[in-house]
Ligand binder design. Sequence first.
Ligand code: GLP
Length: 243
Amino acid sequence: MQILVVKDYDAMSQQASHLIAQEMKKNPCAVLGLATGSTPIGTYKELIRMYREEHLDFSRITTFNLDEYAGLDTSHPNSYSYYMRVEFFDHINIKKENTHIPDGKIKDLNMCCRYYDQSIEQAGGIDFQLLGIGPNGHIAFIEPDEALSVHTNIVTLTKETIAANSRFFSSPDEVPRQAISMGVGSILQARKIVLLANGVGKAQAIKNLLASDKVSTQIPASFLYLHPQATIIVDEAAYSLVL
Ligand code: GLP
């Protein structure tokens, strides 16, 4: 696993967007795996700038998002579908039919999970997967547990994640308790993976992750050690507890 320590959030976003743009120029039909949360917003902003000022072309790009809250409609301001439209898709020339996000409102969530992995496969697999990290070491919504699902599945959010994500909701009670999340296997099949982490709030998670090269289901991000092309871009604040 390659680790790039950069100065701050802007440097992290610049670096990540540069890598994504490089991938897109090499392969204009690339399949991108996308993340939500505060971390990738700067990356999306920079990609939008590149689209506007440098004609970065999204017209043949396909995307798959990592996860979605169960029970939230795509029009709900806290759904990841809404986030992706407002923060990214509405500002670039991507075709709506080429963007994929699990449907949190569908009746048969299990079928949605199976269909999601099949769709990724049919698209030829993910070329470049962008990830954030939760304060408890989760990636997507793969929470620390005794065992982790390989495929896209329904997950129950931990108290820690509900608390961390409650900042986007009017109260912690409103945070959905379940979500649909890509599995560890779905993520590890991506050809390249880049995980972003910034700020002191992620320092403990990064310390735990880098403390050893052991894979642990208690630190879902540690599974990236098994990937031949995984990179972590971390800012100085998030790296501050690493000795
Ligand atoms: C959520 C998402 C993750 C994301 C994490 C960190 O739980 N499911 O994909 O990486 O939050 O979010 P943030 O970037 O807001 O710290």
